[in-house]
Design a protein around this ligand. Structure first.
Ligand SMILES: CC(C)(COP(=O)(O)OP(=O)(O)OC[C@H]1O[C@@H](n2cnc3c(N)ncnc32)[C@H](O)[C@@H]1O)[C@@H](O)C(=O)NCCC(=O)NCCS
Ligand SMILES: Nc1ncnc2c1ncn2[C@@H]1O[C@H](COP(=O)(O)OP(=O)(O)OP(=O)(O)O)[C@@H](O)[C@H]1O
Length: 260
């Protein structure tokens, strides 16, 4: 099974591309890291308890009032992600410490959930699955992917679309969120395939169709059958892929270091 690592920066169009890939004619399964990150902090989970214990006493209104809670649960009030986002996305050293703590709580749980989803897709016999992960390169998850696809936009288009979509964010909030991520230009150097999404959604659909056709080429039925039935071959291929991807990433990191 081909694992497609889909990434970008905030509001560059990952979810839009996910929807295109999930719908016909592509019909690919999507493993959405943002969605999993929301699920693993629901009331009653270990991450929920860890977040309350670290941020609860110093973050006013971290939990929803019962009347406004969008996901009522017998295990307690839900975390208000907007409030948590205000706390961790920012320029100060405290913000940077906070985002590290939050990532340390949420990321291991997301990785476990992602692995379960990948295995489920493989058992169902899909020829490919999409890992939609905003922090694919930051979290070095690209090493596990057969191909990485970056959706990028110019900074002005990104800011304009973010403000249009998330009307609750001020321009300053939006700029902070963009600044808290690796720049699109750097991600561009790390990606196998880059699709630039400054144009219309129709242009985007055409580019994605071209990407899928290329990814599918060379994945004949014979090789797919061997990979599905002959486990020693599967394990060897996966091992060499991981080594190859790890070396590729190291080389690209070195090139990036030289450029900066
Ligand atoms: C801070 C939280 C509660 C804000 O939730 P909210 O619903 O407002 O935003 P949402 O989760 O939909 O994220 C929107 C976008 O923000 C960016 N973003 C989210 N988390 C991070 C992060 N830790 N670092 C940089 N950018 C991030 C991503 O581009 C993401 O697509 C939430 O983003 C979170 O728990 N983040 C930590 C976990 C994480 O890294 N998630 C990203 C996928 S693993
Ligand atoms: N080609 C396009 N033309 C016009 N609007 C677009 C285009 N692509 C995406 N958008 C719009 O831009 C906004 C951001 O897109 P999307 O939600 O897909 O980004 P994202 O990368 O998934 O964001 P996030 O990282 O915050 O989850 C959405 O409102 C979407 O409808």
């Amino acid at each position: 099974m081909l694992l497609i690592g889909l990434t970008g920066s905030i509001a560059t169009g990952k979810s839009t591309v996910s929807r295109i890939l999930a719908s016909e004619p592509h019909s690919l399964p999507i493993i959405d890291a943002d969605h999993l990150a929301h699920a693993v902090i629901l009331p009653g989970t270990p991450a929920y308890r860890a977040i309350l214990s670290h941020f609860g006493s110093t973050t006013p209104n971290l939990l929803y009032d019962a009347a406004e809670d969008p996901t009522p649960s017998p295990h307690g009030a839900s975390i208000n992600r907007r409030v948590l986002g205000q706390r961790v996305f920012g320029p100060t050293e405290q913000n940077q410490r906070d985002i590290k703590v939050l990532n340390g709580i949420v990321h291991p749980a997301v990785r476990r959930a992602m692995l379960r989803e990948v295995v489920r897709c493989w058992l169902r016999g899909h020829w490919a699955a999409v890992l939609d992960v905003p922090l694919l390169f930051e979290g070095r998850l690209d090493v596990f992917c057969g191909v990485t696809l970056l959706i990028g936009t110019s900074p002005a288009v990104q800011l304009e679309r973010l403000l249009l979509r998330d009307a609750h964010l001020t321009r300053e909030d939006a700029e902070r969120r963009i600044a808290s991520q690796m720049s699109v230009l750097k991600k561009r150097e790390l990606a196998d395939v880059v699709v630039w999404n400054d144009g219309s959604k129709e242009d985007l659909e055409k580019e994605i169709a071209r990407f899928v056709a290329d990814a599918r080429r060379g994945r004949g039925w014979f090789w797919t059958a061997v990979m599905a039935t002959c486990w020693p071959v599967t394990a060897t291929v996966i091992f060499w892929r991981l080594v190859g991807n790890w070396l590729k990433r190291r080389k690209r990191d070195e090139l990036l270091k030289k450029d900066t």
